[in-house]
Design a protein around this ligand. Structure first.
Ligand code: SF4
Length: 795
């Protein structure tokens, strides 16, 4: 490979940028620790799903190393993955069940006392206020077995669909996008497409910080193949954007116009794939089906020069991006919360799929429209087990009578047991949560597991009172903002203390074996769920109430894959025995024992559903014998994907004279979510001790703000006070704050908008109109804030 001087400089810059943000860190590591054994598992943190080996010595985890045979990370890990075990032995670990007393303080109690109390209260609320008065709020960090068990307990036992999980806050728009375009949730392809792509389009994804190992794969591919083009579309010049060949800077929430404009350019230049469009797609607005000419006419309004004025994205960049996207030969788009956490998140997802469909960049190696998941088990645990208010296991709606009947049969329930009416989505659930004396709040009790809504919900001021007034049961490993509002705290086991399956972004389920025992009296969530079920009279429904967590996990998993057996999400062939043996897990669909799993869906010869007769019979699918590509979950039964005519709509709030800035929020490389675990890892806490606000130098000058000055950021809902970082990373007029900080004055979620996407019900975390002022008061800058005292209270 010969490089021009220009290419060489570009590659050097790319390498240096990667190194400067720690991306030389994830090297293959053979830990020098002497361990008694290495136990196979997955990383506890992001949705990449890196395979790990957990090193155990004298009954304690002492090291973590990458699994070289894992198809997600090939042995590489980022700093969070390496250091995850360090939080397991922090002195703040919750070790005993606790019940809040009349004086407001927690008292240690036995498990029997705690569980009897929870069951008694749940029974009381059910009897007095009805089956929907007790809700479950789970997490994309619970194992699949745990999410499935709680979902089964609620929907099959309590007969209530008041089941939600925090993936509603991050992935619901991606789900909505996949279902409305392809008829079925989750990506067509796999991570392996990265190494086959000729052009990589990153949208609303700071991959370098949020999915470092995926970024590493992208970087390695680029360094080996300098002709591969990388395009990044987002408001900040993140470390991801810094290595791009082309940056599409946009004002938050305006990128819909850019995607339409790219489509216009593609068609204008005849770069579209008319054959693919005719054979495999339809043009629709949801009501009618239109000709391709109508689509051409529709996108005509998005001339790059017009879109530049609307979005601040240079017309020339849009033209170049359209060309690279359409003519590369294989383009892969990857996105995450920047696209999803919006009031038009589903539409934004649809428009990305549009670009792939009009150019035929789908269903072939290196070409895919791929949503990266934030949490390690949002896909496997919550989306696939249907642990949301409108779904059942297998990702089918509760409204679907045929699927309800099927699930009732597998669960051994009388026909008509499962409620066909969806429960409340997350924001409505928390808005409906309150005390017995509040007639406007129909939900009186809630059990939360492995999540921290008292810090992670947007517009927090609106929801704290409900959590405080209701009967709140919290399962977690540390004291958090949410335990501060709880009535009962149940100490939970960490992933490596209980085992279980995580399913990552690429439809891959991987088993973590139990490596060590939990501390004190902490227990796996699955045991806690089964014990509550027993006390509520649902022992037959959840019979896995034994102490051996891996046995219980296996029973729950087998129950779950039986439900999925003949569905498009079939995991029937991914038995526990296989998952134990497989070094890299299994990608669904995997409809029979011995099936290797599926790299690419909807392609004959790759996707087993083309030949799966029971699936076709159950869902009434007829796939023509000569169809090479067929979107078989198309609701119209034509095997087509939808190209959507979505009008342009901006965010719920745009800057005005009173609130002149956009605020956007996100993660940093070191921290996980609300920092409850990563702030307890000393190396990480030292490197990122507190949140900050990024301000463009032009804006800082106007407000006389200097580096390190305290800045008050205020929205219509709340405020936060943060030290300033003056940087050209964001466009002028756009501010950025990370959301991991537990110090109440720096908690940015008080400021965020809780307006939701009408389709996915996902809130618009990413966009709020705010004003700023230099903070003249003095506040004590606490470098490291974690809640160590279970009896402490900020609210
Ligand atoms: S990239 Fe994600 S899954 Fe992989 S080690 Fe880092 S945090 Fe864990």
């Amino acid at each position: 490979m010969s490089l021009s001087r220009r290419d060489f400089i570009k590659l050097s810059i790319a390498s240096a940028t990667a190194a400067s943000i720690g991306l030389s860190l994830p090297k293959k590591v053979e830990s020098k620790e002497i361990v008694d054994k290495w136990v196979k598992g997955t990383c506890r943190f992001c949705g990449t799903g890196c395979g790990v080996y957990v090193g155990v010595k004298d009954g304690k985890v002492v090291a973590i190393k990458g699994n070289p045979e894992a198809k997600t990370n090939f042995g590489f890990l980022c700093v969070k993955g390496f250091l995850a075990y360090k939080c397991m032995y922090h002195p703040d670990r919750l070790k005993y069940p606790m019940i809040r007393q009349k004086d407001g303080k927690f008292k240690r109690v036995s498990w029997d006392e705690a569980l009897d109390y929870v069951a008694k209260k749940f029974k009381y609320f059910h009897k007095k206020y009805g089956k929907d008065s007790v809700a479950y709020y789970g997490s994309g960090q619970c194992t699949t077995e745990e999410s499935y068990t709680f979902n089964k307990l609620w929907k099959g036992g309590f007969r209530s669909n008041m089941v939600e999980g925090n993936p509603r806050l991050c992935m619901a728009s991606a789900v909505g996008g996949y279902i409305t375009t392809f008829g079925s949730d989750e990506p067509v392809g796999s991570y392996a497409d990265i190494e086959n792509a000729k052009c990589i389009f990153l949208v609303g994804s700071n991959t370098s910080e949020c999915h470092p190992i995926i970024f590493r794969r992208i970087m390695r591919h680029k360094l080996r193949n300098p002709d591969v083009k990388i395009i990044v579309c987002e408001p900040r010049k993140t470390n991801t954007a810094k290595i791009a060949d082309l940056w599409l800077p946009v004002d938050p929430g305006t990128d819909l116009a850019v995607f339409h404009s790219m489509a216009r350019e593609i068609i204008k230049n005849n770069w579209h794939d008319k054959k693919f469009i005719d054979a495999h797609t339809r043009i629709t607005d949801g009501k009618n089906v239109y000709s391709f000419d109508k689509y051409v006419e529709f996108v005509e309004q998005f001339k790059p020069e017009v879109v530049e004025k609307l979005t601040r994205c240079p017309a020339e960049n849009i033209r170049k991006a359209a060309k690279w996207f359409a003519t590369s030969g294989a383009t892969m788009t990857l996105w995450t919360m920047g696209l999803n956490q919006r009031t038009r998140g589903v539409w934004a997802n649809n428009l990305i799929h549009n670009l792939h469909l009009i150019t035929g960049n789908i269903c072939k190696p290196g070409a895919d429209s791929f949503s990266l998941t934030g949490q390690p088990n949002a896909c496997g645990g919550v989306r696939e087990t249907g642990s949301l208010c409108h779904l059942l296991p297998g990702t089918k709606p509760v409204k679907d009578k045929k699927w309800r009947t099927h699930v009732e049969k597998v669960w051994g329930l009388k026909p008509g047991t499962i409620d066909p009416k969806p429960g409340f989505h997350t924001m409505k659930m928390f808005d409906s949560l309150g005390g017995e004396n509040d007639p406007n709040k129909p939900i009186k009790a809630m059990l939360t597991s492995t999540t921290n809504p008292a810090q992670s919900l947007p517009n927090l001021n609106r929801y704290i009172k409900g959590m405080k007034d209701a009967f709140l049961v919290v399962l977690d490993i540390f004291p958090t903002k949410t335990t501060q509002l709880a009535d009962v705290v149940l100490p939970a086991a960490f992933l490596y203390e209980k085992g279980g399956v995580y399913g990552c972004s690429e439809r891959r389920s991987q088993l973590t074996e139990k490596a060590v025992n939990p501390p004190g009296e902490a227990k796996p969530d699955i045991w806690i769920a089964a014990q509550i079920a027993k006390r509520m009279g649902f022992e037959k429904l959840i019979p896995w109430n034994m102490d051996d967590s891996m046995k219980a996990n296996e029973m729950a998993w087998t129950d779950y894959i039986t439900v999925t057996k003949d569905s498009d999400h079939s995991l029937w062939g991914a038995t526990y025995d296989r998952l134990k043996k497989e070094k890299a897990g299994i990608q669904w669909p995997c409809p029979y024992p011995g099936h290797p799993g599926t790299y690419k869906r909807y392609v004959r010869g790759m996707d087993p559903m083309f030949e799966h007769e029971e699936f076709k019979r159950f869902f009434g699918k007829k796939i023509p014998d000569d169809a090479k590509i067929y979107f078989y979950m198309d609701k119209k039964g034509e095997g087509r994907a939808n190209i959507w005519l979505r009008p342009y709509k901006g965010p719920a709030e745009v800057p005005d004279a009173e609130y002149p800035f956009y605020l956007t929020t996100g993660r940093v490389i070191a921290h996980w979510h609300t920092g409850t675990m990563t702030m307890r890892i000393p190396e990480i806490a030292r490197s990122y001790p507190y949140a900050y606000i990024e301000i463009h130098p032009d804006d800082a000058r106007k407000y006389n703000i200097f580096e390190g000055d305290l800045v008050e950021v205020i929205s219509r809902r709340g405020k936060a006070i943060l030290p300033a970082r003056i940087t050209k990373n964001s466009l002028p007029g756009v501010l950025f704050v990370p959301w991991f900080d537990q110090e109440i004055s720096r908690m940015i979620n008080f400021v965020c908008n809780d307006a939701v996407d009408p389709g996915s019900k996902e809130p618009e975390f990413k966009i709020a109109a705010v004003k700023i002022r230099k903070y003249s008061g003095s506040i004590q800058m606490k470098e490291k804030v974690i809640i160590s005292d279970i009896n402490s209270s900020y609210y």
